[in-house]
Design a protein around this ligand. Structure first.
Ligand code: PHE
Length: 359
């Protein structure tokens, strides 16, 4: 082995022995730098006879490039290791317990949804969800809404450019009744389902926002009748408003997907521009309901000669405004933390019927 080869081996061994970037840098200065061993050997070339210089020079060039390669490879490996260590050390532990004072407030919409779920869960309902973007079939056709129904017109419904597999434009659902057909097609009765979610209509003024929330409920069974609908909803409003004697009335109404259809009102009094729920001389509409139309059951693969059911749908913002005295619909979506601090709820107060629905 020539002296040069021994030198190369020694330098490469030192490079590989460096176990962090700092010691690798020390090796570079000592061995490869201007005053390093390699430079020393290179400078000795000048004193050699031309022939020897040529041969040794060529050998040294090969050695030098091998050393440089070894150095670059070691450097890349150590940099990779340092990065991995840094990433591991900087990992955020999200399991740290939260500081209650920093938890923020629960918005009235999820709060009211949780309250309604708590009440209907006590009556044996389960929660189901459907997509915000849905088909024309789920939103209208399945629900016995004919082509000519005004709800289909562009000014109400947000249609999307994308088409469904029948070639009809997809849409943003205009009500949570879409979940009726979605559940009925996939589950066998008896059914007791509650479906909260976002809904969309192309309408925007002081009392309408293009996005709002509804809660749909429906029951399908062999002997379900209008008396069940009334009992279920009367129990609901009394529990929700935490007022056991709130007066209620059912008014005949029309929905294409229920027959007969009704709207439910609760008693209230209006004085000096204010509104008080409970006994009084005024009525306030709070939800739509009815017996599920046989055509809807049939469209969803349920035999209307064997099964019948009822359905209801209510607006979450309206329930929240009435129960908590929130005067302005649009403030729900303003993202104002002062509003949220005022009307929001503590994250610790999870609504439940036995322990109380709200603070
Ligand atoms: N989907 C109706 C609406 O948005 C409400 C409703 C649901 C009425 C179920 C009857 C039965 O107005």
């Amino acid at each position: 082995m020539s002296n040069y080869t021994a030198l190369k081996t020694a330098i490469i061994t030192a490079i590989q022995a460096a176990n962090d970037l700092g010691s690798l840098e020390q090796v570079r200065v000592a061995e490869l730098g201007k005053k390093g061993k390699l430079a020393e050997v290179m400078s000795s070339l000048g004193k050699m006879a031309p022939d020897e210089r040529k041969a040794v020079g060529a050998e040294l060039n090969v050695i030098k490039s091998e050393i440089n390669e070894a150095f670059a490879a070691r450097k890349a490996a150590l940099e990779q290791e340092a990065l991995a260590q840094k990433l591991a050390a900087e990992k955020i532990d999200i399991t740290l317990s939260p500081r209650p004072e920093n938890m923020g407030r629960v918005h009235p919409i999820p709060q009211v949804i949780d309250e309604v779920i708590a009440i209907f869960a006590n009556q044996g309902f389960v929660v189901a969800e459907g997509p915000d973007v849905d088909t024309d079939w789920h939103n209208f056709t399945a629900l016995n809404i004919p082509e000519s129904h005004p709800a289909r017109q562009m000014h109400d419904t947000f249609y999307l450019k994308a088409l469904d597999d029948k070639g009809a434009p997809l849409l943003l659902r205009t009500h949570t009744s879409t979940v009726q057909s979605r559940v009925m097609l996939n589950q066998k009765p008896p059914l007791r389902v509650l479906a909260p979610g976002r809904t969309f209509r192309s309408d925007s003024d002081q009392t309408h926002t293009p996005m709002f929330h509804q809660i749909e409920g429906f029951v399908v069974d062999k002997t379900t009748h209008f008396g069940h609908l009334k009992g279920c909803l009367i129990d609901f409003v009394r529990a929700f408003f935490e007022m056991p004697d709130v007066p209620v009335r059912f008014r005949p109404s029309f929905f294409p997907f229920t027959e007969p259809s009704a709207e439910m009102d609760i008693g209230c009094s209006r004085k000096d521009g204010g509104l008080k729920i409970g006994a009084g001389d005024s009525w306030l509409e709070i939800l739509g309901c009815g017996m599920i139309h046989p055509a809807v059951l049939k469209n969803c693969g349920i035999d209307p000669n064997e099964y019948q059911g009822f359905a209801f749908g209510m607006g979450v913002e309206r329930l929240a405004m009435l129960k908590y005295g929130i005067p302005d619909l649009r403030s729900f979506f303003g993202g104002d933390t002062r509003w949220l601090n005022h009307y929001g709820f503590s994250a610790h107060d999870v609504p439940s019927v036995p322990t109380g629905l709200s603070r």
